[in-house]
Each structure stands twice: as C-alpha cells, then as structure tokens.
Design a protein around this ligand. Structure first.
Ligand SMILES: Cc1cc2nc3c(=O)[nH]c(=O)nc-3n(C[C@H](O)[C@H](O)[C@H](O)COP(=O)(O)OP(=O)(O)OC[C@H]3O[C@@H](n4cnc5c(N)ncnc54)[C@H](O)[C@@H]3O)c2cc1C
Length: 355
C-alpha cells in the first residue's frame, strides 16, 4: 500500500497522516466539516501528563510530532467540592493546556500545518464512509457514549488558573472545569450519568464559579460533545485500522483522550510502514490503561460520599500527588484484584457500552 486514505482530522488521524507522509506515502485525509478538529471551537483541553513515566511532550516528539502548537504547562490546580478547596502542586506539569479546533495555534491546526508540510492532501466538507477508508479516525461512536459535556469558551481578563469542581449538583458523577490561560478561558461541565440534566448542571457550574471568584466572560461561544469508550476495541476490522475514539480509546475516569488518539495514530502508521501488527501493539499499549480507568471510575463512584472529600483527601495526602495519579493508571495489583467486581458493576451501570 503506498497510498492511504484516512477518515477524520482529529489528533488520531493527523498523527497517522504525518507519520505516513514523512515516509513517502501518498496520504489523503477526509474531514466532514469545513476544517480540521471539526468538533471543536478553540476551547482549551488538557494534554494530561500524569499517567505515564515519560513527559507527554517528549512522547509526542518521539512520535515525530513537532511542538509547533501553543501549550501552557500547569503544575498547580485547585479542586473544590463546593465546600472546601484542595490545592494540588506537582513537581512537573500535571497537564498542558492546548486549544482544539481550527483556530491558529491550536493542536489540530498546527498538526494540519505539519501534515501539509509533509505533502498530505486534505479534502474538507467530505464525509468518507468506513468502507472507502484505510484508517478510520472519526472520533466518538454514539453507541459507546459514557460521558457528555457542555460549556463555553470565552475571552477574559482573569488570571491564568485551573479550578475543577467535583460536586453532583454541578456535574453528576463527573466534574466541572474552569481553565484560564493568557486571556482565553474555557468553562464546562462533564456528566457521567443523568445526561438530560446537562443544561441544568452547566447553569449550576456557572453559579458555583460565580460564588467562588469574579468571572469575566467576553464573547462566549458554546462548546460540548460526547466521549465514547470500549473494552472490546475494534482496532482492525475488514482490513481497516481504527484509531483514537473511533476505536473506543478513552479514559473512563475523566475522559482524557488526546494522548491515546495520537499514540494510536502513530502505532497504526508504523504498522503500515514497518509491517508491525497494529492490533497486538495497540492491545499491549492500551489494554491495561483502559482497564485501570474502568477500576478508577468504579472507585470514584463508590467513594463519592461526603461530596468526594474521601477521594480528594486520599489523593491530597499522598506524598506526591502526581506519582499517586500515575500509580492509579498503572493497573496495579490492587486494581487487578478489584477489576472483576468493577467490571460487573460497570456492565450494569453502562448497559450500552461494550465492556
Ligand atoms: C467537550 C470535550 C472536552 C474534552 N476535553 C478533553 C481534555 O481536556 N483532554 C483530553 O485528552 N481529551 C479531552 N476530550 C476528548 C478528546 O477531545 C478526544 O478524545 C479526542 O479529540 C479524540 O481524537 P480523535 O482524533 O479520535 O477524534 P476527534 O478529535 O473527534 O476527530 C474526529 C474527526 O473526524 C471527523 N469525522 C467524523 N466522521 C467522519 C467521516 N466519516 N468522514 C470524514 N470526517 C469524519 C470529525 O468531524 C472530527 O473532526 C474532550 C472531549 C470533549 C467533547
């Protein structure tokens, strides 16, 4: 195969496209929207940096991705349950804020620049059916929906800050977030159940933040979407490679999918370039992470009592918060023991998911 067709221009599709084009493949990428990152509107998302030993940006460089996009490292973040605030400080960035969508400097836009520099051809406003694609990077699948988000992105004069809210009034079984960096901000709520309460929860989120600090919101634009997860990942079907959220790669605890999307794009490209087995490499890399995230969500919901203060105290009192978070994502011995119970619970909790 020396020409490759990819459906979808999120981080998964673009990471695959860049790697293939660098090796001389003729790559065509199709996007059903008018530009890359079609689901997003310039809002901030976090490139999480707590689940792996190696820094997320170094991992990207090793995947042949240049750091030509804007990113804001955050070592500190505050989490409130509406009654108390926990201020977490890490030695290294806990995450890097990046913009999503087609705005200048965003992750998606700058990956497009890298892809174009390597000769990738883009077709916008073009829906590519699965049977015409070699790589399917089309993002979340409705049947695998486990979380739903709503919010706004806006300009502001507030200081750079990250404040999360865990409180079932503002975000049922989930969390709300306010991310501010260099005059741009994103506020949102993510629910993991009671999806019909999304509007109400977002209003509650806004009210809670208004009580905590002086909000300055200019030119708000609505954002939102879904996340999808699967344990029976279709990495390969009918000769097609599935990557990113199209393969169900997500974090069931908090919904961080960018790192997994880019890694899976890289692994799929390598399988074409070097003849490696994508399915077995992807399983090796992702399976334990997905299982750990399932156990983490089970524990999160089980110990939600006292407005999540039990869990927050546990993480806060760990000598190194970030190390503790890393351990939580490693599918350690305790998680392996809990896994069968967690799986049974999650199967009845999320009947639609392929678990
Ligand atoms: C509100 C919200 C906040 C989030 N925050 C975070 C966060 O802070 N950190 C994090 O890591 N993750 C976050 N996520 C998840 C993250 O955005 C996704 O996991 C990630 O974008 C998945 O990348 P992807 O390339 O698989 O899919 P996507 O980024 O969804 O890209 C898929 C693309 O394919 C296009 N497409 C779909 N079907 C076709 C077709 N047939 N033909 C052509 N084009 C098609 C779509 O328009 C889209 O542009 C968030 C998600 C949402 C909704």
């Amino acid at each position: 195969m020396d020409s490759v067709k990819i459906a979808g221009t999120g981080p998964a599709g673009l990471s695959a496209a860049i790697n293939l084009a660098r090796q001389g493949y003729q790559v065509q990428v199709f996007e059903k929207n008018i530009d890359v990152g079609g689901r997003f509107h310039g809002e901030f998302q976090g490139l999480e940096n707590w689940s792996d030993e190696e820094d997320a940006l170094i991992q990207l460089k090793k995947m042949n991705i240049c750091l030509n996009f804007d990113y804001h490292p955050f070592k500190n973040l505050s989490i409130s349950n509406g009654e108390k605030i926990w201020n977490f400080k890490c030695n290294n960035p806990a995450f890097y804020l990046v913009k999503r969508g087609s705005v200048p400097g965003s992750l998606d836009n700058q990956l497009k620049v890298q892809a174009e520099d390597n000769g990738v051809i883009f077709h916008f406003n073009k829906y590519l059916p699965d049977d015409e694609a070699d790589i399917i990077a089309t993002g979340p699948v409705k049947q695998g929906k486990f979380a739903i988000a709503q919010g706004i992105t806006f300009q502001t004069e507030m200081e750079d800050n990250v404040i999360c809210l865990v409180n079932d009034k503002a975000a049922l079984k989930g969390y709300s977030y306010l991310l501010v960096a260099q005059g741009q901000a994103t506020m949102g709520t993510v629910l993991f159940c009671g999806f019909n309460k999304l509007n109400h929860c977002f209003l509650e989120t806004k009210k809670t933040y208004e009580n905590m600090l002086e909000l300055d919101i200019k030119n708000p634009q609505k954002i939102g979407g879904i996340g999808s997860f699967s344990l029976h990942n279709n990495f390969k079907k009918n000769g097609k490679l599935y990557i990113g959220e199209a393969a169900g790669l997500q974090d069931l605890l908090w919904g961080f999918g960018i790192n997994k999307a880019m890694k899976s794009g890289y692994l799929a490209a390598r399988s074409i370039i070097k003849g490696e087995d994508y399915e077995s490499n992807a399983l090796k890399y992702f399976n334990n992470k997905l299982k750990a995230s399932l156990v983490n969500r089970y524990l999160w919901e089980k110990f939600a009592r006292n407005n999540y203060s039990i869990i927050l105290n546990r993480i806060y009192n760990a000598p190194h918060h970030c190390k503790y978070l890393k351990e939580m994502h490693s599918f350690n011995l305790l998680q392996k023991i809990i896994y069968p119970f967690a799986l049974r619970y999650m199967k009845s909790r999320y009947e639609n998911l392929s678990l």
